[in-house]
Every structure is written in C-alpha cells, then in structure tokens.
Ligand binder design. Structure first.
Ligand code: CO
Length: 659
C-alpha cells in the first residue's frame, strides 16, 4: 500500500483567492500588526481568520492576476479587556481598518478564549483561599495539587458582578494519579467564578457535600485490560491510487469539483462546489454549534458551549493519524492557525480526504435472471476537533449520484456531575455509581450558501399532502404534495416535519430540466429536536439559530456566524435573528440556507468511560438538477481481491454478480 505524502493546502503553483491562509501569510499579518503598534506586551490574538474576497472581487479575478490577501483579526488587551477588530492587507502590508469592540456595553460579548487563559484560570482558582478552604472542608486537601480546574464559558446570567467582564467559570475534578481521567471525579457544587482581566476570583460557590465518585473513568488499555484478539485485519487497498486529484486547494473527484479551505473558527470550509461543471454550493461549512445543558444545578444551569464561537473549532482541530482516523489511500492537508500571540501554528494532516466503498449504488435483477449491480462510492472530506471533554468530527460526503451528505460525529468524554448513587435525578442520568451526566443537546448549524445552477435561486417547502376521502379521493388512497415558496427571510424560518416528509427545495430561478421543471437540489433533514430550553431563557436568546431547523437569508458579505461574532457572554440577538431582521426577499436571489441538526443526549451507561461515536446530519440531493441517474456510466466492480468465505456465501473473485 502506498500513501502519498501529506501536502499543504494553499499556495502551490496555482494560487487562488479562496486558498486558506499559509504560515507565511499569518506571520506577515502579525508583522503588519506589530509595525502598526497594535501588539503591545499585553495584547493577544483571540481570533485570526481570512478576510475572504467578496463575490464581486471573485467575479472580477482572473487566474494569474494579483490577489489582495487580507486577514480579519480580533485583538484583546488582556490587561484592560479592550478588544479591537483589525483588517490587515497582507499583500499591501497595511492595516485597512481598526475598530473597537464595544464589549463593555449591552449586548456585550467577549472575544474567543486564549489557550493561555485556561492555564491562568486554573492557577487563579487554585490560588484562591476560598477554593482551598472548600477543598479542605470536603476533606479533599490531599488532592489539591493534582486537581483539575476545568475552564468553562460562563453563558449569560445577567449577574451584576460579571456582566461586561471577561469571565470564565471553573469546575473542579479530582485526579488520583497523573494519568487519571478527571472527568470521572467531579467535585459537586464547587464553582469558581473568575475575572480574567482582573486576574481575580469574583466569587466561589461551595454548595452541598456530595461525595466525589471514586470509580475511575480511565479508558486506556492499561486500565481496561487486554485488547481482544478476535478481529481479523481489514485492509483497504487502492493499487492504482485514489480517483481524486488535488491541485492547491482545488479538489476534483468524478463529477465533483470544489475548493477545500480551513480556518481557525469554522474548521473545514468548502467553496465553489460543482457537479458536472454546474454550480451547487458557493460556500459551505458548519460555522456554529451549541451544547446547552438541561440541568438546574448551580454548577450547570449556565452551561451552553458555543464550540465554534467561544472556543474556535479550527484552532482546536486534531492532527489526524494515518490508519487510525482515516483508512485507505488518504490525502491529508495541513492547516494553519494563529496562536495566542498571532504566530502561525501548523496543524499537520488536519483535513482528511479519501474514498470509501459504500455498498450498492444501483441494482436490478430481471425475470430472466440477468442482474446488473454497481457499487457506490463516496468521496469524504473531514476533520476532527477536540473541545475540552468532547470530540467532534465533521464529514462531508460526496456521492456518484450527485448527493451530498453532511455528518457531525460526537464522541469523547461525557460531562458528568456527582450525585447520590442510586438516587434518580430529574435532569441527569446515572452513568456509573454516583456519576451523573446532565441531559444536554449538541445542536449544529450548517451554513449552505447555495448556488443551484447559479446564484438566482428560489426556496420552496415541499410537503407530502393528505387528501380527505371524497370526490377528489374516492378510494381514500390518494395523496399528493404541496409546494410553498418561502419568499422572504421571515417566511423561511421553518421547522422540519417528518410526518409529511418535509424537504426544502432550492430551485434555479432561471434554468429548467428536460421535463420543464426548475433544476433543483433538496435539503433533506433528519429528525432532530430543536432547542429544548424555554423561549424566555438566556440560551434561547443566545442560540436563537437552534430554535428553527431552517433559516434562509439573502447573501451578504460577512454574515457567517449563526450566533454572532462573539457569542461568549453575549446577551443574545446576534447572528441569524439580526441577519434576517430586515426580512429581505429570497425570490430569485442569492440565498444562504442555515440548517440546525444535531443530537439530544440522554447519556447512557454505554457512553462511559468514553462515548461511542453518535452522529447527526442531513442530505443535499439533486432533484431534477440532472436529467437522469448520473451514475449510469459507472462500470461494474472488478474486485480482483475479493474472496469467498470458507463457510460459503460472499461475493468474491469468482462471482460474476449474476451473469
Ligand atoms: Co452529548
């Protein structure tokens, strides 16, 4: 098996305006900021993103022409809490715009956390006399050194002593030795509220005296025991290499073409996705997610992590391992993000691209016995990000039939609290004796800047429709479908409805197929509960995107973030509610779809000590975009290496698949 060497995305021989940032570009941007005097000793870089070219700039650009490469930076003076947004032209070596972030006034909102703040928060918590006294009172004095003080975004509670300040909350977990998993040993009811600008404790809550669960939560083989030996190897071989090609950021596979991009906030971003040379998506990503907890306890009622907007999915992305994270002939792409000081950091192998056999593509057996079957294959672009205890994978699958399937995977360590063993709780399930996991949701928001045969698109809701028995339905069996144009941003705020097989069609406003219908793709949702929190809650204001399965907005440059640019400690109302407040027309316009999907998690014992991957997602499928099945020319499989199992059965080398 031969594996191509990992290559970097971005600048190769064919630079493109949508290429991801390179290490050299990030370093250059930092140099511009420094020479402009914007990087004092106490100034840090919570977020550095590409300032992507506008659609007008892209339309005007010709290959080989100069590109104005820009970055969009948020700076934070950690000594004062003053935050500044800066646009830098790397190409011209100048600062184009500087703007103070009004984070000390409503609706507030703090820049993303710095990695150094996690360490600082732990040091502040552990140095606090109140925290030490609480540990002593609980008889946990001997565990102080090894204890882990987990830093958590505070939500928005409206408390006067924290509003407008840069707050982090610290929950304590014990470790019984260096390698112990802290998440199994929560110290219940001990909450340290920290002001990161003043470097001080705002207050310490020390409530109750629930014993710390003693059972370990270690998942390592040295603790869990010998690995089983019954699994025989599965080897994926592609002796002629993969069927896709990557030239810089341009990736082509079968009928598909796309630009693969990566940034510190959204992680993986796809641009200019086309099928058969026709546009499908202009830009696609999962730019936000929220993990709201459904528990009333003082240490949990405020938990509502925005893993992209508060912590940065891309900055926390994994360095993937060949043969572990991805199997087969893999093409990896490296990604570059800025560290707390604005210096470039390389994340090797951050994006994985590979092909997978995916069972049957199409098949039929005739009465005569003749059978035709073709195997399905999909092209997968993915990355994984670890935010504290949880790990999230984001997978974009492209199929030979023109479909796109997006899957988010959740795994890692379930966040747990301590309770009385065997005593049921209303808002948490008992995973292991005394270890209670609060109910919570993982709600993702996909942003699809659609371009179905061009930018002039129309959004139509399609429902299966029952017909009452009567003159129009004399036998009662008949049903039909309804099509409702969602012509404005307010009309396009919709819920999914599996009882009527609801889908949302994105139709070309100008192009039709051979049966005279608008060419279209359908967004096919999968069943997902929406935000369970009350509409009057703080989290409903902050994660309003998660109160609807579908939003649609008219494209506008810079409208990328479903919960706003700074969801951290934000009062709410930013992002989608603000974007759609103007109730713009969507009819024949450049439309952006925003789709909420995800998991409502009632944790189970099988999720402990580490959670098997759970997933959620949706499909984007051609519906009259093509004039027939586009995979008729897929050849029969020539599986030279298949073998018949000794026990019989199996479709292997000797099998001619029905001929
Ligand atoms: Co979960």
């Amino acid at each position: 098996m031969s594996h191509p060497q990992p290559v970097s995305i971005g600048r190769t021989s064919v630079p493109h305006p949508l290429d991801p940032l390179t290490a050299v570009e990030i370093a250059s941007a930092r140099a511009v900021l420094a020479s402009a005097g914007l990087l004092g000793d106490t100034v840090r870089v919570p977020m550095l993103l590409p300032d992507e070219p506008t659609k007008d700039e892209l339309a005007a650009w010709k290959p080989g022409a100069p590109i104005d490469r820009r970055v969009d930076v948020t700076l934070l003076d950690t000594a004062t809490g003053v935050a500044t947004e800066v646009i830098v032209s790397i190409t011209r070596g100048e600062v184009l715009r500087t703007e103070r972030v009004p984070n000390d006034a409503p609706p507030y909102g703090q820049p993303q956390y710095l990695f150094e703040e996690y360490e600082r928060a732990e040091a502040i918590a552990k140095a606090s006399p109140e925290w030490r006294a609480a540990m002593k009172r609980r008889g946990l004095e001997e565990h102080i050194d090894l204890a882990f003080c987990g830093p958590l975004a505070p939500g928005y509670t409206g408390r006067a002593d924290e509003v407008g300040r840069r707050v982090i909350r610290s929950l304590t977990f014990l470790k019984y030795d260096e390698d112990d998993s802290p998440w199994a040993h929560p110290v219940e009811g001990l909450i340290v509220h920290i002001d990161l600008t003043a470097n001080s404790v705002i207050r310490v809550e020390d409530i109750g005296d629930v014993p710390v669960p003693a059972g370990h939560g270690n998942y390592r083989p040295e603790v869990q025991g010998e690995a089983r030996t019954t699994l025989k190897p599965i080897e994926i071989t592609q002796p002629q290499g993969p069927s896709f090609s990557a030239t810089g950021s341009l990736v082509e596979w079968e009928n598909w073409s796309m630009r693969v991009d990566f940034n510190a906030r959204e992680g993986l971003v796809l641009h200019d996705v086309t099928f058969d040379g026709r546009s499908v998506l202009s830009r696609a990503s999962v730019p936000e997610m929220v993990v709201p907890y459904g528990d009333t306890a003082p240490g949990r009622f405020w938990i509502s992590y925005f893993d992209a907007g508060e912590y940065l999915l891309g900055k926390n992305a994994n360095h993937l391992e060949l043969g572990c994270d991805c199997l087969g002939v893999i093409r990896y792409l490296d990604g570059y993000v800025a560290d707390d000081h604005g210096n470039p950091v390389r994340i090797p192998n951050v994006i994985c691209m590979h092909e997978e056999d995916y069972g049957i593509l199409w098949k039929h057996t005739e009465l005569s016995g003749r059978s035709d079957v073709r195997r399905s294959r999909r092209f997968v672009v993915s990355y994984f990000s670890t935010i504290g205890n949880y790990d999230y994978g984001f997978y974009w699958h492209f199929y030979l039939d023109g479909s796109i399937e997006v899957t988010a995977k959740a795994t890692g360590i379930v966040f747990a609290a301590a309770g009385e063993p065997g005593v049921p709780q209303k808002h948490a399930t008992e995973l292991a004796p005394g270890v209670f996991a609060p109910v919570h949701q993982h709600l993702f928001c996909a942003r699809l800047d659609v371009a179905v045969d061009g930018e002039d698109n129309r959004l139509v809701e399609v429902d299966a429709q029952r017909i009452p028995m009567g003159p129009d339905n004399p036998f009662g069996n008949a049903f039909t479908w309804s099509e409702t144009t969602l012509a404005t941003e307010s009309a396009a705020q919709r819920d999914a409805d599996t009882s009527v097989a609801r889908t949302w069609a994105v139709q070309s406003a100008s192009r039709t197929n051979r049966v005279g219908r608008p060419t279209a793709y359908h967004l096919v949702p999968e069943p997902t509960a929406l935000l369970m929190a009350d509409p009057a809650s703080s989290v409903a204001a902050r994660a309003t995107f998660a109160t609807k399965h579908l939003w649609a907005t008219r494209h506008e440059a810079g409208q990328i973030w479903p919960a706003g640019r700074y969801p951290n400690a934000h009062q709410g109302g930013a992002g989608l509610p603000a974007y759609s407040a103007g109730d713009r027309s969507l009819d024949g316009e450049d439309i952006v779809l925003w789709h909420t999907f995800g998991l409502t998690h009632f944790p189970r014992p099988e999720d402990w000590p580490i959670m098997p991957v759970d997933h959620a997602g949706f499909w984007f499928k051609p519906y009259g975009f093509l004039d027939q099945n586009p995979a008729m020319d897929v050849p029969e499989s020539s599986q030279a290496h298949g073998t018949r199992d000794a026990a019989g059965g199996g479709c292997g080398a000797a099998c001619t698949c029905g001929h």
